[in-house]
Design a protein around this ligand. Structure first.
Ligand code: PDD
Length: 280
């Protein structure tokens, strides 16, 4: 695999980063995951807008222009002959020398890494046909979940807890309400309404979420942006999640209770079709 590191393309074995890098020592880095379907890069502008925002919230300078980022994305797709998969992008605050909580001086070069991950048949994930099962878990993350940092230890623990329980994923709960999934935004369908939590610092502002809500509105579907509980999800007609890597994924069980019929419902199924049609 050919990867990108700080201005150069190289085989992955040659891509080396300092042990002093603040991404490594302090989790001081932000990232984006962008899907590629049939060689096409999805939602590029959305991901770059969010990257710029994450960096600026953490007082980091965006090191490249959108044109530069796009050129790198295209170059990696071409060099790796990527058909279906993902492009991972990470910007860390760079090599700070000796360990220090304070940010390094302005002008310290960030560490910029991009690489591809091939996922043949990404859009035909068999799980979308049967739906996935989730557990709930307290949301113990920090309170700036709108910034896409690489501090993913708790989401990793949540996924391990789900796996240990024989399920696929975990939904975070705070003050009695669902915030989001361990790596996705979540929705329930009740009657004619699609219900999803409103944007705030409590959740990541999903790029897939923004497009999905736009497509749903265009299809005359009713949307209510408000928090919901686990009990409401269990009593809902349908549930689903969205993310760049899974698009729209039906959720058929929450904490052991079947949602609706226990099978992917018509709204989630239709929205997945619409999302994939619009993306390709
Ligand atoms: N996860 N919420 C969280 C906590 C996430 O980590 C993600 C994305 C989302 C969905 O955002 P988007 O639609 O922009 O992908 C919501 C990515 C895919 C990941 O970490 O792999």
């Amino acid at each position: 695999r050919i990867v990108y590191l700080n201005g150069d393309y190289m085989p992955e074995e040659e891509a080396k980063v300092s042990i002093f890098d603040r991404g490594f020592v302090m989790g001081d880095a932000v990232y984006e995951v962008t899907s590629v379907l049939d060689g096409k890069i999805l939602e590029f502008e959305g991901h770059m807008a969010r990257l710029e925002r994450s960096l600026s919230e953490l007082q980091m300078v965006c090191p490249l222009t959108r044109e530069d980022w796009l050129a790198i994305h295209h170059e990696l797709v071409t060099r790796n002959e990527l058909v279906d998969g993902m492009i991972y992008l990470q910007v860390s605050r760079g090599n700070a020398g000796d360990r220090d909580f304070h940010f390094p001086p302005a002008g310290t070069p960030p560490t910029v890494v991009l690489y591809t991950q091939s996922k043949p048949g990404l859009a035909d994930d068999p799980k979308a046909k049967v739906g996935i099962k989730v557990i709930s878990i307290p949301d113990l993350r920090w309170h700036r979940r709108d910034i896409k940092t690489v501090q993913l230890l708790y989401p990793s623990m949540a996924k391990m807890a789900a796996e240990a329980a024989g399920k696929h994923d975990a939904w975070f709960v705070e003050d009695g309400f669902v915030t989001e999934g361990s790596s996705n935004n979540v929705y329930i369908v009740k009657g004619s309404k699609i219900i999803t939590r409103q944007l705030s610092h409590d959740i990541l502002h999903g790029i897939t979420r923004a497009s999905l809500l736009k497509y749903a509105a265009e299809a005359q579907m009713e949307i209510e942006e408000r928090p919901f509980t686990i009990a409401e999800a269990q009593a809902a007609d349908e549930a689903f999640f969205t993310s760049a890597s899974a698009f729209v994924m039906p959720v058929v069980e929450v904490d052991g209770a079947a949602v609706g019929t226990g099978k992917p419902g018509p709204v989630a199924t239709r929205l997945r079709e619409i999302y994939l049609e619009e993306s390709l």
